[in-house]
Design a protein around this ligand. Structure first.
Ligand code: ARG
Ligand code: ZN
Length: 416
């Protein structure tokens, strides 16, 4: 009996799990009229549409490129409707299942942690322990608190111990669960920092003078969920009474024009702002840490994907930030540094005008708290693979991103 049940379970896993995205497609649409925009919004309310870019239907406007993921069951119907709409469109991903398989194109047989692979949370946790104990002179660790489901939010501090409090840079990755290249970058950054300290003059000077706090995965529950059940999950995993929908968008949950623009008050939306500001425990934990350390935190970098953008405040309003000119010039030079390696082109600018207005983001919140150098990275690519960036791109993506981050860090250092 046990054996039969076990076998049944295995068959179910073998049959159901991998079939989940067979035939799903990602379309790119180019709305150029209000009719096109309403067509997209209608489609979103009638069919099961997973917005890849922008993050939800509310943010679609004329002339925005729109990437949507459509389940196999609706793909044919959506194709027909798109043809009838007269809107320009193309298929970015023909079969999600194939793209999902292709993201794992590093076939090295390593059981544990690997910088050129996407790592499970347990492997990341073990890595936090081992890189800390392996570099006692440079790394110390702490936790910001627990996630909704009770996982520890590990924080790594890198920097030479000088015996006194140093100015610091805070970097977080994985605010959004499905943006896997982001946690991969944080892990890369830590490794690169410890392995080039003492040989690379800029890294040495940075870690001598400053500390860098790295939160490798912000939304740990969501990240685990993308591995276990739904690769396209974005939000946290919190539950609330009154709705069967789960989670809020952590990057709409900060106290920065909370839930006024480009965010949804519908708990089922992917850009749900939460039941109140900082309702998400993960957001509270990060906000508390930054508030407590605001006198030493000089820069806040948050890593997302995809789109190849380097954004800075504001996103919750159209007003220019007080430091607009400086932030713009830093962003452009950082993008230029990034591009020098492999030619990857980034666009830089304030969030509201560069992509779309969206309130409740961590970058705007940190900036208004007084952290002047506040930037959001949107890493590779521009939609060919989207969130399903193959592992073979982890190395080049992280290498080029290091150049931008180091450029920003050097500017921060110069202006301490
Ligand atoms: N794609 C990111 C998001 O929508 C961009 C964040 C830009 N900053 C902001 N405060 N909206 O969350
Ligand atoms: Zn994101």
């Amino acid at each position: 009996m046990m054996k039969a049940l076990l076998l049944l379970g295995l068959v179910a896993v073998a049959l159901c799990e991998p079939t989940r995205y067979i035939g799903d497609k990602v379309f790119r649409l180019w709305p150029v009229s209000d009719t096109h925009v309403s067509f997209i919004k209608d489609l979103a309310s009638n069919a099961k549409v997973d917005f890849w870019s922008p993050d939800s239907a509310d943010m679609v406007t004329v002339f925005t490129e729109v990437d949507i993921h459509i389940p196999a069951s609706h793909a044919d119907m959506v194709s027909v409707m798109l043809q009838q709409s007269g809107m320009d469109y193309r298929v970015l991903i023909e079969d999600m299942q194939t793209a999902m398989r292709q993201q794992f194109d590093n076939h090295q047989q390593t059981k544990a942690h690997n910088y050129m692979k996407y790592n499970r949370w347990t492997d990341i946790e073990a890595w936090v322990s081992s890189i800390t104990s392996g570099n006692p002179a440079l790394i110390s660790r702490s936790t910001l608190g627990k996630t909704y489901e009770g996982r520890s939010m590990h924080l790594i501090k890198i920097g030479k111990n000088t015996g006194s409090t140093k100015p610091a840079i805070f970097i977080d990755c994985g605010i959004h669960a499905r943006e896997w290249i982001s946690p991969a970058f944080c892990q890369w950054f830590v490794q690169e920092a410890v392995s080039t300290y003492g040989s690379d003059s800029q890294m040495t000077s940075l870690l001598d003078q400053m500390d860098v706090f790295v939160l490798p995965v912000f939304n740990v529950d969501g990240y685990e969920h993308t591995w276990k059940s739904d690769r396209m999950w974005r939000k946290t995993r919190s539950r609330k009474s009154g709705s069967s929908c789960i989670g809020a968008d952590p990057n709409r949950n900060f106290n920065a024009g909370w839930c006024t623009l480009g965010a949804s008050s519908n708990p089922c939306s992917d850009t749900y702002c939460g039941s109140s500001m900082e309702s998400e425990i993960e957001v509270q934990n990060v906000a508390n840490f930054i508030r407590k350390n605001k006198s030493i935190i000089k820069a806040y970098l948050t890593i997302h994907s995809y789109s190849q953008l380097l954004l800075f405040p504001y996103s919750y309003k159209y007003d220019q930030a007080k430091d607009h000119a400086e932030l713009m010039s830093v962003a452009e030079s950082a993008s230029e540094a990034l591009r020098s390696l492999y030619g990857t082109r980034y666009t830089s600018g304030p969030g509201a005008t560069t992509i779309y207005p969206a309130a409740g983001g961590s970058d705007d919140w940190a900036y208004d708290l007084g952290v002047k150098y506040s930037f959001t990275f949107e890493l590779r690519d521009t939609g060919h693979y989207g969130f399903l960036l193959p592992e073979s791109q982890i190395k080049p993506t992280c290498e080029e991103t290091m150049l931008a981050v180091k450029y920003i860090a050097a500017h921060v250092q110069k202006n301490l």
